[in-house]
Design a binder for this molecule. Structure first.
Ligand code: SF4
Length: 154
């Protein structure tokens, strides 16, 4: 009997989505081979599916900056056996969490936006909010490391 394909979802949180763009480049070379082992169930950069439940692997980029982000990542964590953080934003929060370094005056200037979009008092890397099983550092992420970490789980 053929082995069941791993259900994989790719998700972006607050960031410039540079790692997703990098991932598309990696997919150009590797996806055809990987598709023998995986089913891509969620990746809005290249397909329009919204089936983000019962995943084997979720790959996430970006930072957690609002209540909505926090709820969403907690839900993805619940719905995936393995969670891989791609890029330094996911692991350390930087550079996307730059607002954590603003001084009082600068924060006052943007306080209206923080309130309007229900931003959390502190911006966090995904790793600070939920457990990551795999990490791919770099800004943008290191492509060789991504392949190594991803292939370990598929
Ligand atoms: S780690 Fe760098 S490239 Fe990746 S999402 Fe963050 S800012 Fe963009």
């Amino acid at each position: 009997m053929a082995k069941k394909k791993k259900r994989v979802g790719i998700f972006s949180f607050t960031c410039d989505e540079g790692c997703s763009i990098f991932l598309v480049e990696i997919f150009n070379k590797k996806l055809a081979g990987w598709l023998e082992k995986i089913e891509l169930v969620y990746f809005l950069s290249i397909k329009d599916h919204t089936d983000a439940k019962n995943m084997d692997i979720a790959v996430v980029e970006g930072s957690i900056t609002s209540e909505e982000d926090k709820k969403r990542i907690e839900n993805i964590r619940k719905n995936s056996k393995i969670l891989i953080g791609m890029g330094s934003c996911a692991i350390t929060g930087m550079p996307s969490c730059y607002r954590n370094n603003l001084n009082k005056e600068q924060l006052k200037e943007i306080s209206g936006h923080l309130k309007k979009f229900k931003f959390l008092p502190k911006c966090m890397g995904i790793k600070e909010v939920v457990k990551l099983d795999g990490e791919v550092p770099g800004c943008p992420m290191d492509d060789k490391k991504f392949i190594e970490v991803f292939e370990k789980y598929i």
